[in-house]
Design a binder for this molecule. Structure first.
Ligand SMILES: Cc1cc2nc3c(=O)[nH]c(=O)nc-3n(C[C@H](O)[C@H](O)[C@H](O)COP(=O)(O)O)c2cc1C
Length: 358
């Protein structure tokens, strides 16, 4: 497999194996609504050649926002803006993924009450969240389900469940944040229960690609490691999850030892040992590294974060580095535009057909 080969996941084919990783931009209109910024920002990355665009995480409940300016998907009122956003991404040739999440104890409003599996703050001087009642847990499951339904209505091609980075579902999965002694804590099975029920609910209605983003290691004594995700990942696969997007950290206040490709080994391990597709993310900044990950079967997708903030045309830059030629947006070939300067000469037929139009 090659970086610029298409990939089919269920009923969806991406034009290449490059995805934009979800990144909160804190630019939503009050109430979590899509703004002009999102249309331009995500539209530009779709135009720039990525196969799949993940806008930032969409909050499934108002008390699940990571911070002010997050996008929401907790009400039908969000549908029109999200539909427009998906439409723009599609028109620029990419597919769109909805990452749905809940901040849990990381709720970004210090003066508000936060929910979590246990009354344990992220760090000791943080606000203490309250331990969720069973009714609250069931309510959250329904909120994820309703959010997934809305994502489908808005036209998203992929739904990704955010169970990483120390947010609510990660808090349930990790023994460092989940000290419950009821059916929702303790064993792997119990800590996974909320994720299992959410996936089952989503899968009842959603037949498209379903991804789960995980924190494959907590980097802390007593926390999850990739061994735990061999257990959780097997269950995810059995439940119809198509791809595990392998990130790490966020539950414990520790410095993550990051370097180019630092999270790739987890993606490779789950892919190899569970036979499930995986996504690799984290300091994948060069075409060489991305091509190595895909070409050597270390993961099925690469998700590009900050490098794609710096360069909306990251896929083209990666192709240049790899001395490959990729299709520019049609508009950029007209009048022999700048895109062609560093590309091998296009096919004569293409030149003729574009010249003939004007
Ligand atoms: C500004 C910013 C916002 C982010 N927001 C999210 C988010 O909403 N959801 C998520 O799963 N990860 C989020 N991340 C993490 C990125 O998706 C990505 O995993 C991380 O930046 C590592 O990839 P990179 O080295 O290519 O940037 C965010 C990262 C940044 C820099």
């Amino acid at each position: 497999m090659k970086l610029f080969d298409p990939i089919t996941i269920r009923n969806m084919t991406l034009r290449n194996r490059i995805a934009m990783s979800p990144m909160c931009m804190h630019s939503a209109a009050p109430g979590g609504f899509v703004s002009d910024f999102h249309l331009v920002h995500y539209g530009a990355r779709a135009l720039g050649g990525a196969g799949l665009i993940f806008p930032e995480t969409l909050a499934v409940m108002e008390n699940g926002m990571i911070g002010p300016g997050d996008l929401g998907i907790w009400s039908d009122d969000h549908l029109s803006g999200l539909t427009r956003l998906v439409d723009v991404v599609h028109k620029m040739g990419a597919k769109a993924g909805a990452q749905i999440g809940h901040a849990g104890r990381m709720l970004g409003f210090a003066d508000q009450d936060a929910i979590a599996p246990s009354a344990i703050p992220f760090v000791t001087d943080n606000r203490v969240p309250h331990s969720m009642t069973e009714a609250e847990i069931l309510n959250v499951i329904q909120a994820f389900n309703a959010a997934a339904r809305r994502a489908g209505q808005a036209g998203f091609d992929v739904i990704e469940l955010h169970t990483a980075h120390g947010y609510l579902l990660n808090e349930f999965l990790s023994p460092l944040a989940n000290k419950r002694d009821d059916a929702w804590g303790g064993s792997h099975e119990n800590r996974y229960r909320i994720v299992r029920l959410i996936i089952d609910e989503i899968r009842r209605d959603w037949s498209g690609p379903l991804f789960v983003r995980i924190s494959a290691t907590d980097y802390a004594e007593g926390g999850n490691t990739s061994d735990d995700f061999l257990i959780y990942g097997r269950w995810m696969k059995e439940q119809g999850v198509d791809l595990i997007d392998c990130s790490s950290g966020g539950i414990a206040p520790v410095k993550v030892p990051s370097f180019p490709g630092y999270q790739v080994p987890a993606a490779t391990r789950l892919k190899t040992e569970l036979g499930i597709m995986t996504g690799a993310v984290g300091l994948i900044e060069t075409g060489d590294l991305a091509a190595d990950i895909i070409g050597n079967n270390r993961a099925d997708l690469v998700l590009i974060g900050r490098a794609m903030l710096r360069d909306p045309f990251w896929p083209r830059s990666a192709a240049d580095q790899l001395r490959l030629s990729i299709e520019p947006p049609d508009q950029y070939t007209r009048y022999g535009a700048w895109w062609l300067d560093n590309q091998p000469r296009p096919e004569p037929a293409r030149m003729e057909s574009t010249a003939g139009k004007y």
